[in-house]
Write a protein that binds this ligand. Sequence first.
Ligand SMILES: NC(=O)c1ccc[n+]([C@@H]2O[C@H](COP(=O)([O-])OP(=O)(O)OC[C@H]3O[C@@H](n4cnc5c(N)ncnc54)[C@H](OP(=O)(O)O)[C@@H]3O)[C@@H](O)[C@H]2O)c1
Length: 301
Amino acid sequence: MNKILVTGSNGLLGQKITDLALADNSIELIATSRGENRHPVKNGYHYIDLDIVDPQRLRETVAEYRPDVIINTAAMTNVDACEHDPEGCRKLNVEAVASLVELCEIYGIHLIHLSTDFIFDGKEGPYAEDAEPNPLSLYGQSKWDAEKIIQQSSCKWAILRTILVYGIVADMSRSNIVLWAKGALEKGQPLNVVNDQWRMPTLAEDLAQACLLAATQGAEGIFHISGKDLFAIHELVAAVADFWGLDKSLIREVSSSTLSQAAPRPARTGFILDKARSVLGYNPHSFQEGLELVDQQLRRQ
Ligand SMILES: NC(=O)c1ccc[n+]([C@@H]2O[C@H](COP(=O)([O-])OP(=O)(O)OC[C@H]3O[C@@H](n4cnc5c(N)ncnc54)[C@H](OP(=O)(O)O)[C@@H]3O)[C@@H](O)[C@H]2O)c1
């Protein structure tokens, strides 16, 4: 039995990991997140209210449950919020990771940590795992600083970097590009969408699967995990409109410089997925297949 503790289990990735772990009899799941459990299924696993910026609570929880693996999905994931609250961003995205690393060293726990394409400057995507990071934003810097702490640690670790995660779970605290575009276009709202940024959007189920592949295989090192299709953001939103038969004339192409966003974004990211495919057996859905899955899930709600 593989005992896996997940942080941030109320989030998009956290809930998808919970779904997969509940369907796998070889996994004992300890789901943890800040506040009440928002996953609709409440049985078959432990849920702990755990704020990971509280080192003492973190220590007590890890000492009590002694997991084989910790998957750290909790983070301040709003890129602009990190610019407005640099201290909060560092506490959660860097200092809490340092606390986790220490505990993983003490108890011999395999740490699987989620990182981001925003550690890169976007000048030459798609990126391989050994490309040189050069974050443009405080969010990107915080995630890169956490990576450095992990990479220098003596615990067994894997870092999974990902890009623009989309999907649907219960009671979401934040939206994502697919739901945002679909929702706005359905209401007939005009959308300003950038045409000078490129991404490989990642289906939350694919990312959750990659986390569990890394956990069950005891994988170590850095892995790039994303969808396999590279889009300019306006093309991505147009694909969402096409899929649900929505009015594409509402999409207005703009350049990034016209949006007054607090955090600068990398222009072209995207990942080379060869390592994840060959080492982990990662096999992502196409964007079209991902939208079909989201559509089925929306119909079931
Ligand atoms: N989403 C993306 O596009 C994207 C792209 C690249 C990398 N990533 C990385 O992937 C990981 C997972 O992202 P996600 O999309 O699942 O994010 P998410 O939906 O924002 O989930 C993060 C979860 O962590 C919880 N959390 C926040 N602060 C916490 C704390 N102090 N202690 C415990 N839990 C806390 C949040 O709780 P509340 O729900 O209560 O706020 C939320 O449920 C993150 O590490 C992120 O940096 C995400």
